[in-house]
Design a protein around this ligand. Sequence first.
Ligand code: NDP
Ligand code: BG6
Length: 495
Amino acid sequence: MATERKAVFLFFGGTGDLAYRKLYPSLFNLYRKGNLRSHFAVIGTSRAKMDDDKFRAAIKKSLADSGNRTDSKEASDFVSHFYYQDHDVTDTAHYAVLKELMDKLDKKYKAEGHRIFYLSMAPQFFGTIAQDLKTQGLLSEGKDVFNRLVIEKPFGRDYDSAKLLNDALSKSFDEDQIFRIDHYLGKEMIQNIEALRFGNTLVESLWNNRYIDNIQVTLSEKLGVEERASYYDNSGALRDMVQNHIMQIVSLLAMEQPVAFTDTDIRAEKVKALRSLRVYNVADAATNFVRGQYGSINEQADYRHEDNVPHDSTTETFVAGKLLFDNYRWSGTPFYIRTGKMLADKFTRVDVVFKRPLVDIFAFPQSQNTPLAANVLTIFVEPHAGFSLQLNAKTNDTGFSTEPIKLDYLVDAQKSKDTPEPYERLLHDVLKGDGTNFSSWPEVSYAWKFVDQIRRVWDLQEPQFPNYTPHSMGPAAAEELIQRDHREWVYRLNN
Ligand code: NDP
Ligand code: BG6
């Protein structure tokens, strides 16, 4: 039985792409499941002029576009909770209008003073909005009320700008009221990392440098930059994917077991892990990270000829790197990461490569046997969800030889269809006040400090771009990075 939550939501950027495509359909799912029922209202704001009816029609369209039926009473009841107020976030005096509407809806829907402010717009406004919410009296007061601020990415573009932003937010909201979105933390199989590790003696007892040779994290995208080039060209793959999503995944893989399964305990362990991540000096940053930018093939333009990309852009669309933790659990076991646009396929996976047996007793000189393969545990995040464990077994014939076999668990199609979307889970967590699947400020700051060092080194040198073919797995340098350590990527094209 779902627990009904009460709140008035205020969406800044309420007519934007993210709101229509992800946020409103996710709220609808929470409504259908009963997490939202009678005691909620949603206010959308932007500079555009429109009345509530037009806004509600746009919400219905957003539900339909995401595959929902909208001719039902349920859909009509849901959209009746939506209100629109035009508002320019730079106009401080105008916040009084939002306050009045929030107070009115709070009373009308008996939301008990609970407020969620969702900043789904350009990040340069995050700081001033947070400040105006406080100074203009939009935060509700009272012993049992909550005020929660949800912040979209990107959270800064380096450590200094992230710190300035955080300082600005902290003037109005405490850390436990701030929910920094990293939608990868809302993904089913990313959340499953904790279940896999801490729910299985078999896994956790081997989860260290004695048994694991290396861990590989791959976030591969098939598309290019599409219509987001003006944002992306100012960001690049390192800031867009590594600083946030990859660092979050890596910290879940590397952390120690939390004392309890609570947001405070989990965050504490993630922070400890990130603190022991080695921040590279100039020479190590240059050798342990490589970058790429896609070229052209057939009809596919190279990155520099995509719409809104300068022809001399040096923005990277691919990153691969090696991360080292200086702690007792991981010393000597590298984490290899890679991500990029316009690669061979769209998928996310983690490959945990175990050490081979110290002695291969099957490889006696007269044997034709091939050497034992390493055991590999793969976590398939997307598009398929599941695990695969590669073991060695005897081949089914006379004589004695071994071959790698796989134990696979793949979530079936129906279950996958029923799996909540990341934004639905995250909005539900915000309603519950559970910060587990959001990035805390210390995590964000350690991630930036690591990434800034790579960026600093890259900014000193003009890269030789383009350097990889669309639909490949990135530049040759990514292969060389891992081969130098006498290893190879588990996922390779055509295997
Ligand atoms: P859009 O550009 O589609 O929407 C921006 C919104 O902000 C619009 O509603 C716009 O309406 C409003 N806005 C702009 N300026 C003002 C202003 N001065 N006062 C009030 N409202 C204003 O952005 P997205 O929805 O794509 O992105 C929103 C946030 O989510 C960004 O931080 C982005 O990085 C993040 N994000 C987006 C993703 C996506 O898939 N779209 C994915 C991951 C993160 P108007 O111009 O009419 O005022
Ligand atoms: C976003 C990045 O955070 O994640 C995009 O800004 C990227 O560039 C996207 O395409 C990938 O997310 P997903 O869930 O499609 O793997």
